[in-house]
Design a protein around this ligand. Structure first.
Ligand code: SF4
Length: 434
């Protein structure tokens, strides 16, 4: 029988939980170093006490940047086993978290499959699921219906829930008067906004935040404070709607921490590159260092089909400036449901962005593999290069398809290989080019 409600409460009481010990080991920290970071909220260990197969991870700006993959059962992809195999493939490729965004049929069995079989952090967005779960129109749902779905997800072992608590009735006027180009692009945020306009009531996730905190405390569910007003185009970046919501998320972060409930704060969105670092700084200040979970940021609006790249550029800058968690973006973003190849491309792009950010911010051990790769490249040791590569299969395939004449180089420069020439020159050997 555990003696604490949440990882945060345990840390505040000086208890080293089994999950904290595992996270410390993964991050090359001592438990004593990690404990105050969890106690202060700078690191969240998202681990529902009922998610027994979890391989715990910590989310915090000083730790390795984590990546999330969105999957789930949908009208076009209803086979649970196929979807679960995609989940497991995503975890094998390096996803630390899976957000179950199921939008079709009975969502309970798939969610329970995830929390009983998947070792990654599991997240959900209860407001989407409310419509599916009750099979009723949005405006007929009550605040109690939404809160009951949060409880259902908590009881199913979900580790974090995205809740769009930061918009209020004031936001409705702001959106109308501020005239954003893209209004609200957050799916959950748009549902909450629509519910408020149709019912005339206050945002239930804001109004009943204390009740929600009690559920999250009971199961140790981390709240990912959703950013309903995240900019959906460059023109809306860092505008009044986004920043006003961020201020409220800062207030809610403190209220959650008063009840030992762990928090992450979600962020942009679409944003010009020159605004990203400032946004990370602002979030860290306003939200007292809570881990920042960014959705992109996508740095240009005109590259549909390549948004895994636009998001990776923004994600790398965000991670280097303190973001803790990147949501992957696939080439299908803005266009269609991603297929298996899109998922792979999205994961690889997010992994590269996270890793580049970790190197820049000096996360412990982040550069080791890069230094080993440099040694392997200098020695033209191809096997050692595969061992360091993020995706060795792709690297091997490309080399194999375009084999060089001489095995010690590659077909890019052949005998003009700079590495080979330098190795020979420094060894005092003759360099044969022709
Ligand atoms: S041939 Fe050119 S690209 Fe290939 S290993 Fe040598 S220097 Fe690098």
């Amino acid at each position: 029988m555990r003696q604490y409600a949440t990882q945060m409460e345990a840390a505040r009481r000086g208890i080293v939980t089994p999950e904290l010990r595992i996270v410390a080991e993964k991050e090359r920290m001592s438990a004593e170093e990690l404990l105050p970071l969890v106690a202060s909220g700078q690191v969240a260990i998202c681990a529902n006490r009922l998610h027994e197969c979890i391989n715990p991870e910590g989310v915090g700006s000083m730790l390795q940047t984590k990546i999330n993959v969105n999957l789930g059962v949908s009208r076009d992809c209803k086979d649970m086993d196929v979807e679960l195999s995609k989940v497991m493939a995503a975890v094998d490729m390096g996803a630390h978290a899976i957000m179950d965004l199921s939008s079709h049929g009975d969502t309970i069995p798939f969610r329970r499959k995830l929390t009983s079989q998947c070792p990654a952090i599991i997240g959900t967005v209860p407001v989407y699921d409310s419509v599916i779960h009750y099979q009723r129109d949005l405006d007929t749902l009550t605040a109690k219906d939404f809160i009951d779905v949060i409880r259902l997800h908590a009881e199913d072992g979900v580790d974090f829930v995205t809740l769009h608590c930061g918009i209020t009735r004031k936001t409705i006027e702001q959106i109308k008067t501020h005239k954003r180009k893209m209004n609200i692009v957050s799916r959950g945020g748009s549902l909450v906004f629509a519910w408020m306009t149709m019912t005339g009531k206050e945002n239930p996730f804001y109004e009943y935040f204390d009740e929600i905190l009690d559920i999250c405390r009971e199961y140790d569910v981390t709240i990912s404070l959703g950013d309903a007003c995240r900019p959906g185009c460059l023109a809306d970046g860092s505008d009044v709607c986004q920043i006003e919501e961020l201020v409220r998320l800062g207030e809610l972060t403190k209220r959650a921490w008063e009840k030992d409930v762990q928090v992450m704060v979600e962020g942009p969105g679409h944003m010009p590159m020159d605004q990203i670092a400032a946004n990370m700084k602002l979030q860290q200040t306003i939200c007292s260092g809570a881990p920042f979970y960014v959705l992109g940021p996508i740095v240009t609006d005109i590259a549909p089909g390549y948004d895994h790249i636009t998001a990776a550029i923004g994600g790398a800058i965000a991670a280097a400036a303190g973001a803790a968690f990147l949501c992957y973006v696939t080439p299908a973003e803005h266009l269609a449901l991603p297929n298996v190849e899109d998922v792979k491309q999205g994961i690889m792009a997010a992994k590269i962005a996270a890793h580049a950010g970790d190197i820049a911010k000096g996360v412990r051990g982040a550069r080791e593999m890069d230094d080993r790769m440099a040694d392997a490249r200098r020695e033209l040791d191809w096997e050692a290069q595969w061992a360091c590569a993020m995706d060795p299969e792709t690297a091997k395939r490309i080399r194999q398809e375009r084999k060089p004449e001489h095995d010690d180089t590659c077909s890019m420069c052949g005998k003009f290989c700079a590495v080979r020439s330098m190795n020979k020159a420094l060894a005092g050997e003759h360099i044969d080019i022709l």
